[in-house]
Design a protein around this ligand. Structure first.
Ligand code: DC
Length: 207
C-alpha cells in the first residue's frame, strides 16, 4: 500500500518547500495539489470562461488530465483565479479522483501538499501535518520572494492580500482550511527549511 503523507497549511507557510524536500528525502512522489487548482484556473482564463460559472469550471476540472507545467500558473492573476475557482463544491468534487490517482501513482509513497488533503482527499492518510507560521512571517517570506523576482509590491500590501486569501480559504463552506483533528501542527516561525524537514521526517520514519 502506498504511504500517504498529507501536508496542509496556508499560503506562505513554507509547505511547498517542505513537501518537496520531504518527498526527496523519503524517496516519495511529490504532488502539489495547488497546481491542480491553478491548472483549472489557467484553462478557464485561456478559454474566457467566467470565474462565476461554477458548472463551466467544474467541466474544465473534470476534463483535467495533468498539471499544467507552464510557469504562468504561478502568476498573481492565476493565483487569484485559483483561489476563486477553489471555492466551488462542483470543482472540488471533480478534482478528488485526480488527486487520489496522483497520490496512489507511486508504489512507495507520496507527499501531497494542499489545504484539505488530511481532511477530505486522504482522510485516512498515515501521516498528517498542518504547517503554519505567523501571518507576519508568512507575509515577509512572500514579500522577499516577490522582491527577488523583481515584482513591485510592499510588505503591507502582501500582508493585506494574504489576510484576504486566508479569510476566504478558512471560511468557505466546502473544505475550509482547517487542521485535521489528527494532524500534527508544525509552526515554522523562526525555523529554517532544513529544521522543519528534519523534524517532520523524524516523525514519519521514527513512527
Ligand atoms: O497552494 P497554492 O497557493 O498553489 O494553491 C492555489 C489555490 O488553490 C489556493 O488559493 C487554495 C486552493 N487550493 C485548495 O483549495 N485546495 C487544495 N488542496 C490546494 C489548493
Amino acid at each position: 500500500m502506498t504511504k500517504i503523507v498529507a501536508i496542509d497549511g496556508p499560503a506562505g507557510s513554507g509547505k511547498s518547500s517542505v513537501a518537496k524536500a520531504l518527498a526527496k528525502a523519503l524517496g516519495f512522489l511529490h504532488v502539489d495539489t495547488g497546481a491542480i487548482y491553478r491548472s483549472v484556473a489557467y484553462e478557464a482564463l485561456q478559454q474566457d470562461v467566467s470565474l462565476d460559472d461554477e458548472q463551466a469550471l467544474a467541466k474544465i476540472a473534470l476534463g483535467l488530465q495533468e498539471i499544467n507545467p507552464s510557469p504562468e500558473i504561478r502568476s498573481e492573476q492565476v493565483s487569484q483565479a485559483a483561489s476563486k475557482v477553489s471555492q466551488y463544491p462542483a470543482v472540488r468534487t471533480n478534482l478528488l479522483e485526480l488527486q487520489r490517482r496522483f497520490g496512489r501513482a507511486s508504489k512507495t509513497g507520496a507527499v501531497l501538499e494542499g489545504r484539505d488533503i488530511g481532511t477530505v482527499v486522504f482522510p485516512d492518510a498515515e501521516y498528517k501535518f498542518f504547517v503554519t507560521a505567523s501571518a507576519e512571517e508568512r507575509a515577509k517570506r512572500r514579500f522577499l520572494e516577490l522582491e527577488s523576482k523583481s515584482i513591485k509590491t510592499t510588505y503591507e500590501d502582501v500582508l493585506k492580500e494574504q489576510d484576504e486569501r486566508d479569510k476566504r480559504d478558512e471560511t468557505r463552506s466546502v473544505s475550509p482550511l482547517i487542521p485535521a483533528q489528527d494532524a500534527v501542527l508544525v509552526d515554522t516561525t523562526g525555523m529554517s527549511l532544513d529544521e522543519v524537514v528534519r523534524k517532520i521526517k523524524q516523525m514519519v520514519i521514527g513512527s
